[in-house]
Design a protein. Structure first.
Length: 302
């Protein structure tokens, strides 16, 4: 189903913040190369985080009186070169909390030849671990283990869709009981996502993840729509038709494949105007309704 809208348009802790949880023990981070490179935080109108060395999840829980039991892991965008950590991360978590949904922001590692081996695997490695870690703590956080989804923005949407189509891939060696749990999202929301690594891709994301001249096999491996099947989670997609950074065809590719192979488990909302990177779209009277549609869709999954 497509809707087109027209408008103008320890290991488990951190002393300073108990809601921030490390994905891995410091000395057991997969594919990590020890360097003196440090994480960078740049705060302007958006908090941009670069050079993530120690991936984490930041947990935002709703008031118990309105909690639905649902949770969304949030993957901020930034072209695999940075994370728009508040704009497409913590702001989203706080919005979800208002509606009884747990929001868990994933500060995943960004691909780097200097700090990682096989860099193209690293974001997925962190995403798999994040989902498993949240499932392992679901009872503690009053989350339904079968109501844990993902929401990703731009390149974060690519990572979310990669997780949703490659959740059963073994890309790192299990290190504890957490890794025995399922990494499959129960549902996905992909917001102006990068989907393909072929034509119509976002070239910056492609270059950062796969390198300058990736093989055709690698391009296909990370083109999420090519991996859709009947087991792919139900998916909610949002895109602006005038998006110049990530063409709307990315969402259309994924929606079409889910319509064909996924037993119709997809809904796509297209907006005439909005560009790229609009997050909650709160300043646009037409665009901001996408979050209402998301909440309705999440409720319909019950």
């Amino acid at each position: 189903m497509v809707f087109i809208f027209f408008g103008f348009f320890g290991f488990f802790g951190c002393e300073s913040n108990k809601n921030i949880i490390a994905l891995w023990p410091d000395d057991k981070i997969p594919n990590h190369i020890e360097t003196n490179i440090e994480e960078v935080h740049e705060q302007t109108n958006i908090l941009r985080i670069k050079n993530v060395q120690k991936p984490t999840i930041e947990v935002f829980l709703p008031d118990e009186s309105i909690a639905t039991g649902k949770a969304l892991l949030i993957f901020p965008g930034g072209g695999y070169g940075l994370l728009a950590y508040d704009w497409e991360g913590t702001d989203i978590a706080k919005f979800l909390n208002k509606h009884g949904i747990a929001g868990i922001v994933v500060k995943y590692r960004l691909p780097s030849d200097k700090t990682q081996t096989k860099k193209h695997k690293v974001p997925l490695i962190d995403a798999l671990r994040a989902m498993r870690l949240v499932r392992s703590r679901a009872d503690d956080w009053r989350i339904n283990k079968n109501q844990i989804g993902v929401i990703g923005f731009s390149a974060g949407g690519h990572l979310a869709s990669t997780l949703g189509t490659q959740y059963n891939k073994k890309v790192y060696n299990p290190m504890d009981s957490v890794d025995n749990l399922s990494a499959k999202p129960d549902f996905m929301a992909l917001i102006y996502p990068v989907i393909t690594m072929g034509e119509k891709t976002h070239n910056g994301s492609k270059k950062n993840l796969l390198g300058e001249n990736p093989s055709e096999a690698l391009v296909k491996k990370y083109s999420s729509h090519l991996h859709v099947n009947e087991n792919t989670p139900a998916t909610f997609l949002v895109h602006a038709i005038d998006d110049k950074a990530v063409p709307r065809e990315n969402s259309e590719f994924f929606h079409t494949m889910l319509s064909v192979k996924g037993e119709g488990k997809s809904i796509l909302h297209l907006y005439e105007k909005g560009g790229h990177g609009f997050s909650l779209g709160e300043k646009d009277v037409h665009l901001r309704v996408w979050t209402d549609r998301l909440l309705e869709w999440l409720e319909s999954l019950e």
